[in-house]
Design a protein. Structure first.
Length: 134
């Protein structure tokens, strides 16, 4: 598939199989994907590179998606962040949304649902960036 990437996405999850599946789904739609297997690796990558979207598991072996989200927001970034979890709980949903998450999805996530959320996040983010530039 040629042309410009549709966006740069960082996926953070401790399940290598799930990372491969998401990478395949998103790469197939012309997104440029980078993966991290934990919060510390994701933090390091985020310090070195910029992304149009971050997708993070809620529970990670070396931290959690909420801490990563708070770190991203504390750094002044308004990059959209999607939190994924196999443990959909109202408390963690509210905490994630209050911390600035863009979306909160329960695993397993269907590929069409994921792609719709990704495209919507990127579209909204670009519209906001254009509005701020005006």
């Amino acid at each position: 598939m040629g042309g410009e990437p549709a966006g740069r996405i960082l996926i953070v999850d401790d399940d290598p199989y799930f990372l491969r599946v998401l990478n395949r789904i998103l790469s197939g739609e012309n997104f440029q994907v980078r993966t991290a297997e934990g919060a510390l690796e994701a933090s390091r990558i985020l310090q070195e590179e910029s992304f149009d979207l971050v997708i993070s598991d809620l529970r990670l072996p070396d931290g959690d998606g909420l801490s990563l989200l708070q770190e991203i927001r504390a750094a002044g970034s308004d990059v959209p962040v999607v939190i994924l979890t196999a443990y959909g709980e109202v408390d963690s949903y509210l905490e994630a949304m209050n911390a600035g998450a863009t979306e909160y999805l329960n695993k397993p996530v269907k590929s069409d649902e994921l792609l719709a959320v990704v495209r919507n996040c990127l579209r909204s983010s670009r519209a906001t960036a254009r509005g701020n530039a005006a």
